[in-house]
Structures are given as C-alpha cells and as structure tokens.
Design a binder for this molecule. Structure first.
Ligand code: DC
Length: 212
C-alpha cells in the first residue's frame, strides 16, 4: 500500500505521517527533509538559492546522513527549502529517489506537498492535511519557543502566509489537493483526533480489499 500525505506547513501532517507509518508498519519518507537538506547544503557551500544547475547537482548527490536534524528544522531552513523547491531542476533531481521509495515492495508512506499529485498519483490513500493559518502559526510559534528561538507570533504567521503562497503558486508541482484526497482540517482537532480520521481513511481502503 502507498499512503500519500500532503498539506500545509505546521498542519500536523508530519505527526500524522509518523503515527500512521508506525501503525501500519510502513517505511516513511519525510520529503520536506530532502528540500531542507538541499537548501542547507547550498547555504553552507555559498550556492545562491536560485542557481538551478548547482542546486540540482547538490540535490542529486544528497547524503541525508550528513545532516543534523536540528539544523534542518529551523525556520530559516524551511524558508530556504521553499525557495529551492520552486526550481524544476531540483524537483527533477529529487524525483527518482522519492518515486523509488514509493514503489518499494513493502509499501510506503510519504509526506510532502506533491506526493498525491506528482510522486505517487497511484497512491492507495491520499490525505490533504490543513488548518487555518493562525492556528498553524500558533503551533509553530510554540515549537520555536521550545527551541529557544525568539520570534513573535505575528512574524511566524506572516512567514507561514509567504510559504503557503510560494508553495501553492509555483509552476512546477504546486502544493495542490489531489482530486481523490481525503481532507483533514486539524484546526479544532487534537492530534489524536486527527490521527483517528487518518486511520479511518486507511481503514476504508482496507475494507475494500486492499492489503497493507
Ligand atoms: O514539509 P516541510 O516544511 O519540511 O517542507 C519544506 C519546504 O519544502 C516546503 O515549504 C515546500 C517544499 N516541499 C515541496 O515542495 N515538496 C515536497 N514534497 C515537500 C516539501
């Protein structure tokens, strides 16, 4: 079974993805990490975030074991990731890796922005996870405080709006809802309740005879 989980930044999709992957014993790929790692490596090597050729080379040679998780999780890395993700050559360089992961014999779960539309349009379950921007901003702001990053809630919400706009308006593989995706709005849901909805979507497909 292939499960595709797409959605907006700080919607809860990452947590839902981890919990579903554990429940169904599926290997999980957080595809945002690929874009974050490409961006972080570029910044370290002094490569401009619009240098398509050099960014594509970095993306094609990514060794994810070289990255420190905390370094990939910063707001700066997320913002830079969203910029490099606009570049078709970068997306192309990361495509094969993601596609191969999606079609492995054991099944797979991938989360990102274009999994249900571009990487695995053939996925058995597609979820689109979203929440209103104020709620997402509040969650992200609390995380930043936890890491000791000084930033105002207003600034976090502003940054999320910019990220949403960039991710959704890019020409190549924009973050869009697949026509056959199940929508989960987590604005007023606890994480447990959101995970329950995601499980229900998987169970509906299993009930039709698909196996994990
Ligand atoms: O999910 P995230 O915040 O880690 O993603 C960081 C950026 O990477 C996001 O702003 C857009 C980009 N991205 C993408 O374009 N396609 C994906 N499948 C995953 C992430």
């Amino acid at each position: 079974m292939i499960i595709a989980i797409d959605g907006t930044t700080a919607s809860g999709k990452g947590t839902i993805a981890k919990r579903l992957a554990a429940r169904y014993g599926l290997p999980h790929m957080d595809t945002g990490r690929l874009y974050r790692a490409t961006a972080v490596a570029a910044i370290k090597q002094g490569v401009a975030l619009d240098d398509a050729a050099r960014l594509a080379t970095i993306a094609a040679r990514l060794d994810l074991t070289h990255f420190d998780e905390a370094e990939l999780r910063t707001g700066e890395a997320g913002k830079a990731a969203s910029k490099v993700a606009v570049i078709p050559e970068v997306r192309q360089a990361l495509f094969d890796l993601q596609r191969a992961f999606a079609i492995q014999a054991s099944g797979a779960l991938l989360d990102g922005r274009d999994i249900g539309t571009v990487i695995a349009p053939d996925a058995d379950v597609k979820l689109w996870v979203d929440a209103n921007v104020e709620q997402r901003g509040y969650r992200r702001w609390r995380e930043y405080l936890g890491y000791g990053q000084a930033i105002t809630l207003e600034e976090v919400v502003k940054q999320l709006r910019i990220r949403d706009e960039r991710d959704q308006s890019r020409k190549d593989a924009p973050a869009t809802i697949a026509t056959d995706a199940v929508l989960i709005d987590t604005t007023d849901l606890t994480i447990d309740a959101a995970v329950e909805k995601a499980i229900a979507a998987v169970e509906a497909v299993l009930a039709r005879g698909k196996t994990v």
